[in-house]
Design a protein. Sequence first.
Length: 275
Amino acid sequence: MVPTLSRRALMTVAAADLLVALVVVSGILAVTPAGVVAAAVVTPFSLVGYVTAYRLYRSAREAGATPRDALRAIGEALVPLPVRRLVRAESANLAGVGQWARRRVDGVPQDGTALPYAKQQRPLLLMLLFAVIVQAVALEWMVAAMDAPAGLRAVVMAADVYSLLFVLALGAACVTRPHVVTSDELRIRYAAYFDLRVPRELIASVKESRSFDARGVISVRDGGLMVGVDAQTNLIVRLTRPVAVTRPLGRREHVTTIRFYAEDPASALKSLTTP
C-alpha cells in the first residue's frame, strides 16, 4: 500500500499543476518574475510526484500487468476512493445521455419490471438547467465586459459547459437507470451514484407509505436506508436480516429497512408481492 503521505503529496502536486495550467491558459500568469517563481516552486514537487507514479507503473508492469491495468493500479493506489467513485459515476451518467437519446434503459432484463422514479424531480432539474444557462450567459457577459484574456474566457466557458452536461447527465441517468424488480432481486438505484441489490428471499414485507422527510437523496439512519426523490419516499421494504449498503462515496453501512420512491407505487407493490 502506498503511504498516505505519498498519496496526499501526489494529489497536492496534481492540483497545483492544474491550477498553474489554468492560470497560464487564462493569461493571468505570464512569463514574469512571479511566474518564474511559481514554476520554480511547483516543479520540484511535480517531479517527485510523477516519479512516484512512474515507479508504481513500472512495478505493476514487472508483475505482469497490462499497461491499462498498470494505470488502473496507479489510480487505485494514489487517488482516494471517493474521488474514483465520483469519476466513475460521472462517466456512467454521461453515457446515460446516449442511452436516453436512443430510448434505452440500463440493467433491465426481459423478465424484469422497471420502476421509474425520475419524473418527480423533472421540474427541479429544469429549473437547475435554466439557472445554469442564465449563469453561463451572465458570466460570459461579465468576462467580455472586463476585457478578460481569451484563455480565461475559455476556462469559464469550459466550466459552464461542464455544469450544463452535469445536469443533463443526471437527468438522463435517472431515466435510464430505474429501479428493477426481477424474480430474484429488488434493485434500487439513483442515477449511477447508487446501486443496491436486495435478494427477494430477504424481503420480509413491503407496503406503500408516502413520506416527505427524506434527507437528501441517499441517507442512512438507525439502520434504515432512504433513497428519496424530491424529498419523497412512498414504499417501505423490511428485511429479515441486515444487508450491506455502499454509499456514493464508498462508505459501507448495514440496514434492515429501505424506503424509496417509485412513480407508480401500486405497480411496484404488486411486482414485489407477486411470486
